[in-house]
Design a protein around this ligand. Sequence first.
Ligand code: C5P
Length: 218
Amino acid sequence: LPQPLLAGKTVMITAGPTREEIDPVRYISNHSSGKMGYAIAQAAQSMGAKVILVSGPTNLVIPHGVTTIQVTSAVQMHQQVMEQIKHCDVFVGCAAVADYRPLQSNSQKIKKSEQELTLTFIKNPDILSDVAHLSQAPFTLGFAAETQNIREYALAKLNAKKLNMIAANDVSDSSIGFNSEQNALSVFWPQGEKILAMTDKKQLAQQLMQLVAEQLKS
Ligand code: C5P
């Protein structure tokens, strides 16, 4: 029998949104469902990999046989990823990590007043970029959500973040992407590219991880 494509490999995946706390009762976040990341975790697992899923808050069922670490904020996600990445062969950054967090998290609920409220935000760490810039970096796959110039922006991100591969989706098309069951991807790596046509996220995740396995070998 042939060996499964990812036998003996450890794959880490980030998925879902992050929540950035404003005070004990409030946060900012985004509409990521986590579906694509969870589908990738399942696909990698079915291809024989040991899988570590670092997930922000979602409503999804934890995939069977996948080690799942649940986190809330970008800083927590960054910390968990950096602690476990040494033993990983592949890293897939699928989470919609909040770019910014409130400068201060208030320990007490902010009371409303008649005045305007101004909050200051600071940059969160770029988890994907930090992993890709490690001296012994795993094979890194990132995502790019774009509304135009997909190829140009995706290739710029591939280079800037030092990735091995990037999967771009067109978020101006509401039938795919956030919270949808379907997605389509344009995948780029230094020596090639491939369009994965619109299909359900489970199928797409399998096709994507097959591309990763092929590039990992070469
Ligand atoms: O730069 P941009 O946010 O468009 O990059 C998207 C890619 O980077 C995704 O793969 C996402 O998971 C990852 N990312 C990250 N940490 C951040 C921001 C984005 O890992 N703080």
